[in-house]
Write a protein that binds this ligand. Structure first.
Ligand code: CA
Length: 236
């Protein structure tokens, strides 16, 4: 899908030249000739980049930039014509990402647009890669205790433990929150969910069962320890 670029410019000739050149570069331009239309189109179309003139009928470019900045992180390239405008843009008062002074060469503008969009793509890819690595993580390990997330199984010394579903969920939650004191209420809420109607004794019972399966000496637990007045803590 071509990247969408919102052109906010009231000078008809420049608006058309920009749209023509961006189309030729493979982008999909959308035009707005005043501030209010610009805001409406940005909200509706979620462009990949915004070219924003400053002197506009209705709301000016500064105002448009300030409003859009609060709502989206779409890169904004300001088009400035006067010295005093440049000062405000450069002062980052309005939150624009870059600016160009009129008159500018179309070639330079296209180069700037490409660079800005490339930056956005790189950031987006980085985020996706991080998310993918997280999603592909298959194992949680704590000494001789291993949870296989895909199979929903826990193993102790390589042997699969016979856990009830809630015991598994509880152990998983503990392993994800190692060394942190967790109250019975927090465990109920996180492992059993809001709609669960039981009480905190449910947690105690499941912990007792879990200890019998993972502790060397269940009566003197060293993995799931009781934190007086607070709840439980998984030590590893
Ligand atoms: Ca103008």
């Amino acid at each position: 899908m071509p990247e969408k670029i919102l052109i906010v410019e009231d000078e008809k000739a420049l608006q058309e030249t920009l749209a023509y050149n961006l189309t030729r570069e493979g982008y999909e331009p959308v035009v707005a000739g005043d501030g209010n239309t610009a805001i409406a189109k940005a909200r509706e179309l979620h462009p990949d980049l915004i070219l924003l003139d400053i002197m506009l009928p209705g709301k000016d470019g500064f105002e448009v930039c300030r409003i859009l900045r609060q709502e989206m992180n779409t890169p904004i390239l300001m088009l400035t014509a006067r010295e005093e405008e440049i000062d405000r843009v450069v002062g980052l008062e309005v939150g624009a990402d870059d600016y160009m002074t009129k008159p500018f060469s179309m070639r330079e503008l296209i180069a700037r647009v490409k660079a800005m969009l490339r930056r956005v793509r790189l950031i987006r890819e980085e985020v996706q890669t991080t998310e993918k690595i997280e999603a592909e993580k298959e194992e949680l390990r704590s000494n001789n205790l291993v949870i296989d997330l895909k199979r929903r199984e826990a193993m102790l010394d390589g042997k699969v433990l016979d856990l009830k579903p809630k015991e598994y969920d509880l152990l998983l939650y503990f392993m994800q929150h190692q060394a942190r004191a967790l109250s019975r209420d927090a465990l109920l809420e996180q492992v059993w969910g809001w709609d669960f109607t039981g009480d905190s004794r449910t947690v105690d019972v499941h912990i007792r069962w879990l200890r019998e399966k993972i502790e060397t000496d269940p009566s003197n637990p060293t993995r799931i320890v009781t934190v007086r007045g607070a709840g439980y803590r998984f030590e590893g």
